[in-house]
Design a protein. Sequence first.
Length: 320
Amino acid sequence: MGAGADGGPHTGQTATNLVKVALIVLPGFLVLVFLGSYWIVKRSFRPLDSISDTASAINEAKDLSRRIGLPPGKDEFSRLADTFDQLFERLERSFETEKQFISDASHELRTPVSVIKGACEYAEQYDETPEERQETISMIHRQAEQMSGLITQLLNLTRLEQGTEQVRLLSLNLGEMVRDWGEEQGDRQGRLILELQEGVTVQGDSGLLLRLLNNLVENGFKYGRPDGHVWVTVSRSGEEALLQVRDDGIGIPTEQQEKVWERFYQVDPARSRGKGSGLGLAMVQQIAALHGGRMTLESVPSLGSAFTLHLFLNQPSEKI
Ligand code: ADP
């Protein structure tokens, strides 16, 4: 009998060969698949290593200038890395601002302390006449007042920025608030002019808005002409409620107008020496932001300045 029609021996042989080939090829194939997958996974997770390395480098070296810097792409890792880089950027800026703030605050406090120290040392060393002694005491008093004002402003600003000061937004009639405030302004009357539109109501914290108003009005007088005026206006414009403080004083040069909102910035420190710290407008802007509003400034040197708070008007049903 030849090779059977059923192909018995041949088929058996082929099957054996196939098994042999499979036994050799399959493990190799599996190893290749494993290595390939490992390489693909490792490669696709490489950006994650980069993110993690940068984060640890920032943490260990306290170096906020580091960035992940993945090439731009549309995949999730590129987007994640980009978001992290933006976060690092914001953190770096805010740390720099804090550092600057602390250094400015220390500098501002050091000046009056040095003056007081010098005055005390002089008084201890030399016999002062009663008049001179009185003068020294007055000077120490003035410096201490200045420091106390600065510390209060620093605390107020920090509390607002850290959100530790409670903000209670209630329906508030701006015109009424300013009218009541104006009645307490005593001898300023005559130089302080109120122009108040009726029924302008907002969601506001009257304590904070009065602090904002006081700061702006103080500045209006401080940087005004001796016989000048300060106007406080409450009005409505479209969807907005406006509270404006305008003066006919020295004005602010155009190139400095953006900077006056920065903490400790003073256009002319000699002009406000002993009377200011450069923190007032930073606080004004902070209060506006806490109300969801914004501040604008228009000013012309030698003609005067107008600082305007823009808030959302209450809807008619919310009016009081
Ligand atoms: P300061 O305590 O120095 O008044 P502010 O933050 O209130 O600080 O103001 C910052 C700077 O902006 C002031 O030093 C002053 O140069 C300028 N400025 C503020 N208000 C006025 C104004 N009404 N007219 C002119 N300059 C002003």
